[in-house]
Design a protein around this ligand. Structure first.
Ligand SMILES: Nc1nc2c(ncn2[C@@H]2O[C@H](COP(=O)(O)OP(=O)(O)OP(=O)(O)O)[C@@H](O)[C@H]2O)c(=O)[nH]1
Ligand SMILES: [Mg+2]
Length: 351
């Protein structure tokens, strides 16, 4: 996110710093004329100006870049530019608005120079604000499992192809790494090949996969897996489900039934970070239809923008529990806001 925003800010500075038309040979060097007349109130042509002439936005004034006086610039103009950059990075509108408010508070009355200083100040202010947005009470799955009744059932839901099945396999491995056993319920009885896909994961990981025939009732598969876990003293039941659009009423009804029968301690929505703001809408819809407790965001390794991941918890008001960072079984991380912050503010885009 920051890398793209920085590039935008630099382009903007470069435009503002374009060399003036060459002065006549006899004319002594003079301050650079700017293209276009200044707008009363300090605004640029085409942008809303501040209300009263003589009361310019008391914010971003610059002087002395390479010894040349640079034209006044309004805070709103700078914030507009940042806002567009954030939207381009998939940051959701409510988050953009919050960031804008925070930056405005930070900048009003400050004196900034164009160029690197402005960039550093913007970065610092933005980072502080993003840290506050990402801060959330952590949802520690291992602690919940240890504190909860056994078996602890986790249900995975989401639209097609977001990474549910892969995430189930990754979580089985992660649970083992923290000393907890699991069994997987092959609850996608809908898509041809889904059961086989899970069996392969289960075999590779040495994790039991409970299944029935293709086309059978997924709630019954979940029930069987819970019975198995009870009998064998397994800590966690991971219930995979078929991908479904929230608009598909039959499949949503089916998901509700799986929920009623398996009574999960945790229902996780698995969303693909690459789908931008769609993933937020999907999570909200699933929450309304089925009820979710948290989010898993996948494919962050391929998501150079990062805005959807930044916005997810803020917009849905559900915690991000895990993030997927690749196709390997160990490419899963419990969500860490500081890790996310480092990615968002990397000087170079993540991928
Ligand atoms: N790069 C990357 N790819 C991922 C990640 N998680 C899953 N994938 C890939 O996404 C594709 C779909 O993954 P699945 O786990 O089959 O997705 P699903 O949600 O179960 O799909 P359906 O069951 O068809 O709804 C696979 O090629 C996975 O390897 C991730 O974190 N990063
Ligand atoms: Mg699947």
């Amino acid at each position: 996110m920051w890398a793209a925003l920085k590039a935008r800010l630099r382009r903007r500075t470069d435009e503002a710093e374009e060399p003036p038309p060459a002065p006549a040979a006899t004319t002594p060097p003079s301050p650079a004329p700017r293209p276009g007349p200044p707008v009363p109130g300090g605004g640029r042509p085409g942008t809303p100006s501040t209300p009263a002439a003589g009361h310019a936005d008391p914010a971003v004034f610059a002087d002395g870049f390479f010894g040349r006086k640079v034209e006044e610039e309004t805070l709103d103009d700078l914030l507009d530019s940042i806002e567009i950059g954030l939207l381009e990075s998939d940051v959701a509108l409510p988050v953009v608005e919050r960031l804008r408010r925070d930056l405005r508070k930070e900048f009003v009355g400050r004196k900034l120079k164009r160029g690197l200083e402005t960039e550093t100040v913007i970065r610092g202010a933005l980072e502080q604000s993003v840290r506050a947005i990402l801060a959330q009470p952590p949802l520690d799955v291992a602690a919940r499992v240890r504190a909860g009744a056994r078996p602890f059932v986790i249900l995975f839901v989401g639209v097609n192809g977001t990474g549910k099945t892969t995430t189930v396999a990754k979580i089985a491995l992660w649970l083992r790494s923290v000393g907890l056993s699991s069994v997987i319920a092959a609850g996608d009885t809908y898509r041809a090949g889904a059961i086989e896909q899970l069996l392969v994961h289960g075999e590779r990981l040495g994790v039991r996969v409970v299944r029935q025939q293709e086309g059978s009732d997924p709630a019954a598969v979940g029930f069987d897996a819970i019975e198995h876990a009870r009998a064998k003293g397994v800590d966690v039941v991971l219930v995979d489900t078929a991908g479904r659009q929230h608009t598909n009423e039959n499949l949503i009804e089916e998901a509700k039934k799986i929920r009623r029968v398996t009574r999960p301690a945790l229902t996780l929505f698995v969303g693909d970070a690459l789908s931008g703001n769609d993933v937020l809408t999907q999570a909200q819809m699933f929450d309304q239809a089925i009820g979710i407790d948290g989010l898993v965001l996948t494919k962050l390794d391929a998501d150079a923008k990062g805005g959807a991941a930044l916005s997810a918890a803020y917009v849905t008001r559900k915690p991000i529990v895990f993030v997927g960072v690749g196709q390997g079984y160990d490419d899963l991380r419990p969500f860490d806001p500081e890790w996310m912050l480092r990615r968002l503010f990397a000087e170079e885009a993540a991928s």
